[in-house]
Design a protein around this ligand. Structure first.
Ligand code: PLP
Length: 397
């Protein structure tokens, strides 16, 4: 982040909520915006053909990055739309075809986009919705998935990486179990793509969703990757684009920009992850030595590099965040529920004590985080304590 930006808004450590657009990605996007403005469906002239060719090239690049077929990619406005299209579209189509409710089992720590779609579909009588359990680290038990699949589940939903704790879930094992019992696997890969190696090559019968703004591309573009044989009812009507599954004029520059950002992430992910993990580990260590009661939430063995989800028991996270908001951009939890008074459904499902939930902070690092940023974050948090000690003796570390 530039010094000017830092002076204006503080240090950005909320990469799970969204990422800044990488300057290389932005340059590419701006150039395409100027040059490629034809409607890709206007095949009667070159302007349209250039846009259509750019989309086709982008499909192939994305397919190469994640090992799917170019024709399996449905471009959407982002993960929420991809998730809604798949969960609503698949379960309604399948329920009409089979003339029964569709049995769905999902992890309780899924993103709200998954859980709220499933809750709505259950209320509408389309699905029977069952929930897996997680332990105090937010880990699932594969045996529970296997037991459910054995009993006849139509769809299992487990995300690849959790957007609060950063936990990495064993997607290959889940896909193998689901496939063995002819169950479809829906994997919300929004926080995985760009952060860890992710390939559909070892994920049979798996449908995934993601958003480009989590990997340094602009907002407003994402994808659903689904085999054409999977029945899906569209959410929107009125055009033949994308096999009428997601009609509407496609944004060729934005699609190509997503493909470019994905390729960059593929090339740089490993080096980025190593550097980011070192910064994260160091910040974690320093915070812990300053505040020994600090708890690190989630599965610290299997978490993505940028994730630092901590609880400072005895500290009110909302007060801390309100106090540091002009110097440090961190959050109490998922951006979509930030500002809500409800405690995180993720931490609740993990069965964490109330004071741990109350003191929870999601700090997330990314490509542009520097050592100066993490040092500064530590100083800001320490300063908060020294200033609040006067008023709140129980805040003392
Ligand atoms: N799924 C996960 C795991 C996420 O982290 C998010 C966003 O934070 C979403 C889905 C929704 O993504 P979007 O807001 O880009 O639609």
């Amino acid at each position: 982040m530039s010094d000017d930006e830092t002076a204006k808004h503080g240090i950005y450590l909320d990469y799970f909520s969204t990422t800044p657009v990488d300057p290389r990605v932005l340059d590419y996007y701006l150039q395409l915006l100027k040059e490629v403005y034809g409607n890709p469906s206007s095949v009667d002239h070159d302007f349209g053909r250039v846009a259509a060719r750019l989309i086709q090239k982008s499909r192939e690049e994305i397919a190469d990055c994640i090992a799917c077929q170019p024709g399996e990619i449905i471009f959407t406005s982002g993960a929420t739309e991809s998730i809604s299209l798949f969960l609503q579209g698949f379960t309604t189509a399948q329920s009409a075809r089979l003339r029964r409710k569709i049995k769905v089992i999902a992890s309780p720590v899924e993103h709200a986009a998954v859980l709220e779609n499933l809750t709505m579909l259950q209320s509408a009588g389309v699905i029977e919705f069952l929930t897996l359990s997680v332990d105090q680290q937010g880990c699932i038990d594969l045996r529970e998935i296997e037991a459910a699949a054995k009993l006849g589940i139509d769809l299992v939903c487990v995300m690849a990486v959790n957007n609060e704790t950063g936990n990495i879930y064993p997607v290959e094992e889940i896909a193998a179990i689901a496939s063995e019992y002819h169950t479809l696997y829906f994997c919300d890969a929004t926080q995985a793509i760009g952060k860890i190696p992710f390939s559909l090559a070892n994920l049979p019968d798996t449908v995934i969703s993601f958003s480009a703004h989590k990997f340094y591309a602009p907002k407003g573009i994402g994808a659903l990757i689904v085999d054409r044989a999977v029945p899906i009812m569209p959410l929107f009507y009125g055009g033949a684009q994308q096999h009428s599954l997601r009609p509407g004029t496609l944004n060729a520059p934005l699609i190509a920009t997503m493909a470019y950002a994905l390729q960059l992430a593929g090339l740089e992910q490993e080096a980025d992850a190593g550097r980011i993990a070192r910064l994260r580990d160091n910040l974690q260590l320093q915070l812990k030595s300053f505040y020994p009661q600090m708890v690190v939430n989630g599965d610290t063995v299997n978490r993505v590099a940028g994730a630092l989800h901590i609880s400072l028991p005895g500290v009110n996270n909302k007060q801390l965040i309100a106090h540091v908001r002009n110097t440090l951009a961190i959050s109490t939890g998922a951006a979509c529920s930030s500002g809500s008074e409800r405690p995180s459904h993720v931490l609740k499902a993990m069965g964490l004590p109330a004071d741990v939930i109350e003191g929870a902070l999601r700090i997330s690092l990314g490509r542009f985080t520097t050592e100066q940023d993490t040092d500064y974050a530590l100083e800001v948090i320490k300063k908060y304590f020294s200033e609040s000690i006067l008023g709140h003796a129980n805040c003392l570390p």
